[in-house]
Design a protein around this ligand. Structure first.
Ligand code: ADP
Ligand code: MG
Length: 691
């Protein structure tokens, strides 16, 4: 049960003043549903502004506060995507434009009556030969106290939210923070000079204070280490089953290739683990295309040879199907019964699978999370394989592990190359096998960086490529343009690109993105995989695991917007067959130093582990604030640099707490339990009940 002291933090965000149904949606989008989420929604950065008397005193790119008088409102022409503009005059008669895109214009109309002076805060930009402020952060009648602030937090927003709105919610959330007893080890706390928890949160919203941020990051890392160590301890406590196969089924596999040394070694490690009674908890880490599937197949066959069942959990419907097909083909000569179960199996089909699992006639099950619903019962589950482990919460993994009478062995697989220094944070509870050797004969993917302006040439290149009988991917960063935000108005929309390419290539083009209905998505994937469709336009949904060896060209639009790890995953979709493959990274005009370095690295190497290490270097401490990685919700506060620096300390302290207190029952342990709730790792706490 959650400690009572945390109740104010877990109150719904609706209990804050000013949260109606309209802002709920964007808040949910940002994951801000509880008061604590708002309190932990740290500023992405701070702006320093200075007040200027007139526009002559300001320059382009500067954050300013200035008194302006609106003289004219100009609505965009109907059907145009241009902004709503308010022309305004400063004290000496200079004119500048206040611009608003999309729905944001409504507030501008209300807040900027012609002829009435207003204080405006925002960034001066150039617009033709005039200065402009796009989406000003504040409009006040009088120069308000908060506008005078030298340094002001800038929060991550989502459409429908404004900076003042979020700031007001944060202020209310901070006012509700309870006093909590300290959980950090006393000498570590004294030595660090860190503020207490509550002060740290307040400070982190007001300043760039490093100590405050370090403390909050440390808390998160401590919570994570505690939870992982609890899982590990629990795994040791549960009885598993020693499984030894006789190799009979494995001998019947007719693989069209010889296993690599790394594959042989990993299979041996897995076999060794499975032969022990303690349940295996092993991570198979291997770059895209390293050949994890066949390793998983061998592991599953060990279980089947020992008279048990095996289940393979895939993160998406598409991948589940693909695994099922691949495995079914490879299993052909062995006579092993394999079935596919996804959320879409209904009625009779589902019924017969459930029966087959219960009577043991199905020996291997492949599927999505549907395979561990309560209604699914196995006769004797000996092994669970989880593909693309980072997509699944540990809680789900535990639910699955709880299925057998005895804990099944677990093999998790990931293609995310994590720097060695960080494996502890992500997978602290697991033993690791690394597939650090690609199958022989892989050709390097010819990777080029091309300016976005040369789009025509790129499209012509795609045309030649398709005409030669090959297939291609075209990846865009977003599904559709988001109304209103100027800095993202230029994000390539997959839908728009799809429409444009369809005009050129007709039915040879299909579209896949996360907002399509699953049936439609699968149908499009199916068309592409079968070769009927030649060009697949997609968002990053194709990132993980999709395997179409005849696709040999990958175009990534606005490549600078993707993380290195993501680019690497995307590029890994090509270079899977015998043909030479190409990857075109289209880049926008304004590239940061880091952006340039990242794309250069992509061109230079294909080694995922090296990319991961250098990614870490490149990000380093530079991007100190707001490093919450998209799609990877594991850490919301700690950035990579903090992880490297603070994780060893946090991990050691977590161990101390658990090993010395045998399960967090000391006063400091009790205090630390709260962290598991605060950082949503309470699956760790649930394990404490038994112990
Ligand atoms: P991963 O899941 O690690 O990204 P896959 O298991 O999908 O990689 O394997 C990628 C491709 O490499 C598949 O087409 C597979 O048949 C092939 N492959 C796997 N192991 C070998 C090997 N030892 N030699 C040659 N090809 C291999
Ligand atoms: Mg795979």
């Amino acid at each position: 049960m959650r400690p009572e002291a945390l109740n104010p933090l877990f109150a719904e965000v609706q209990t804050l003043e000013g949260v109606g149904p309209k802002v709920m949606k964007p808040l949910e989008k940002l994951g801000l549903t509880r008061v604590k989420d708002v309190a932990y929604h740290l500023p992405e950065r701070f702006v320093s502004r200075h007040a200027i008397a007139d526009l002559d005193a300001g320059s382009e790119g500067e954050q300013v506060i200035i008194a302006l008088t609106p003289i004219e409102h100009r609505a965009p022409r109907p059907g145009s995507r241009g902004p709503y503009r308010v022309l305004a005059q400063d004290a000496v008669g200079n004119i500048c434009a206040l611009s608003w895109f999309g729905k944001a214009a409504y507030s501008a109309k209300k807040l900027l009556p012609v002829g009435e002076r207003r204080w405006i805060a925002g960034r001066l930009d150039r617009y033709g030969d005039m200065l402009q402020i796009v989406h000003s952060d504040h409009i006040e009648v009088e120069s308000a106290a908060n506008m005078g602030r030298l340094s002001e937090p800038v929060y991550g927003l989502s459409e429908g939210l404004t900076q003042p709105k979020v700031a007001s919610l944060v202020e209310q959330a901070l006012a509700r923070l309870p006093e909590l007893p300290e959980w950090i080890e006393p000498s570590q706390f004294a030595h660090s000079g860190w503020p207490a928890w509550r002060d740290a949160l307040v400070l982190a919203h007001q300043t760039t204070d490093e100590k405050a941020r370090d403390r909050l990051a440390y808390d998160e890392l401590l919570a994570n280490s505690l939870a992982l160590l609890l899982v590990k301890a629990e795994g040791r406590r549960r009885k598993g089953m020693a499984l030894a196969g006789d190799g009979g089924l494995r001998a019947k596999l007719h693989l069209p290739f010889a296993l690599t040394g790394a594959q042989v070694r990993s299979i041996a490690e897995i076999e060794g683990d499975m032969a022990q009674e303690a349940p295996m908890l092993r991570l198979l880490q291997g770059d895209v295309g390293a050949g994890k599937t066949v390793v998983a197949l061998n592991a599953m066959l060990i279980a089947v040879e020992a008279g048990k069942q095996a289940a393979l959990l895939a993160p998406t419907e598409i991948l589940a199907r693909q695994h099922y097909e691949t495995l079914r083909k490879m299993l052909g000569p062995t006579g092993v019964e394999i079935a596919l179960l996804t959320g879409r199996a209904k009625g009779r089909e589902r019924e017969s699978i459930l029966i087959g699992l219960m009577d043991g006639s199905i020996q291997i099950l492949v599927g999505t999370h549907a395979i561990f619903q309560d209604t699914v019962n196995y006769r004797d589950l000996g092994l669970v394989v989880i593909d693309e482990q980072h997509r699944f919460g540990v809680a789900q993994r535990l639910a699955l592990a709880a299925k057998g009478r005895r804990a099944p062995h677990t093999l998790a697989m990931t293609a995310t190359p994590i720097p060695r220094s960080l494996t502890l944070a992500q997978y602290g509870e697991m033993d690791v096998s690394r597939l650090d050797e690609l199958p022989p004969g892989r050709q390097a993917i010819d990777t080029r960086v091309v300016p976005q302006e040369r789009m025509d040439e790129v499209v012509a290149g795609v045309e030649r490529h398709l005409a030669s009988g090959q297939q291609a991917y075209w990846v865009c960063p977003m599904v559709r343009e988001i109304d209103g935000a100027p800095d993202i108005a230029d994000i390539a929309a997959a839908e728009a690109r799809y429409a444009a390419l369809k005009e050129r290539f007709g039915d040879a083009v299909v579209l896949v993105h996360g907002q399509l209905r699953p049936e439609i998505k699968d149908a499009a994937m199916e068309q592409f995989a079968s070769g009927k469709a030649r060009l697949l336009v997609a968002t990053t949904v194709i990132e993980v695991g999709v395997d179409v060896p005849t696709a040999t060209l990958m175009v990534i639009e606005q490549a600078e917007r993707f993380g290195l790890a993501q680019l690497h995953q995307l590029r890994g979709r090509v270079g899977r067959g015998a043909e030479k493959s190409t990857c075109l990274l289209l880049r926008g005009g304004a590239l940061s130093e880091t952006g340039r370095a990242r794309l250069a690295l992509m061109r230079e190497t294909q080694d995922g582990f090296r990319i991961a290490e250098e990614d870490l270097e490149l990000r380093g401490g530079g991007e100190l604030l707001g490093t919450r990685q998209s799609g990877d919700a594991a850490f919301r506060i700690a950035n990579l640099e903090q992880m490297q620096r603070l994780l060893p300390l946090a991990h050691a302290d977590a161990r101390l707490l658990i090993e010395r207190d045998g399960g967090l029952n000391s006063p400091r342990g009790e205090a630390a339990r709260r962290l598991l709730y605060l950082f949503e790792r309470d699956w760790g706490v649930q394990l404490l009940r038994g112990g």
